[in-house]
Design a protein around this ligand. Structure first.
Ligand code: SF4
Length: 148
């Protein structure tokens, strides 16, 4: 049997009470950023928050997840869709990749329609630098509506 890919998820602390419903559903359905595992077995080996701005838990959560076998860490979609989005996404990604040698994927579940609509109205994501951050979770209109 092929070995499972072990992943960790770090969410934005503003959503700290989130029970993970959308992320776990997307993981199960291989939707959003989890579509990269369409043909793979995946095991979630860690789930926690950044512990609030400026993300003091990124260091410790990353270490624990990697010790538990994670080879990929997902920064949850909430970091991208929050009002405002997390200003430290690039720092977190660079730190985790350089410090622990893991792959970091920005995003988990598909971006819900209501967030895309609001950020489009606000012009949040107009800068071209957002395109690669949105790409894993943009999904199609039907899927976005299903995650509202
Ligand atoms: S905005 Fe960024 S640093 Fe602040 S709580 Fe959310 S993920 Fe953490």
């Amino acid at each position: 049997m092929a070995e499972k890919t072990k992943i960790g998820i770090i969410i934005c602390d503003r959503y700290r009470r989130c029970a993970g419903g959308k992320c776990l559903r997307a993981l199960r359905n291989r939707e959003g950023a989890f579509s990269i595992y369409a043909d793979e077995e995946v095991e979630l080996v860690g789930y926690t928050t950044c512990d609030g701005c400026p993300g003091g838990n990124i260091e410790y959560a990353g270490e624990e997840m990697v010790k538990n076998g994670a080879t990929v860490i997902h920064l949850a979609t909430g970091l991208v869709v929050g009002y405002p989005p997390c200003p430290y996404i690039a720092t977190f990604k660079a730190f985790l990749e350089n410090r622990y040698g893991v792959k970091v994927v920005v995003g988990t579940h598909p971006i819900p329609k209501k967030y895309l609509d609001m950020h489009t109205a606000l012009g949040t994501w107009e800068d071209a630098s957002w395109a690669p951050l949105l790409e894993p979770t943009l999904a199609d209109p039907e899927t976005r509506a299903a995650y509202d």
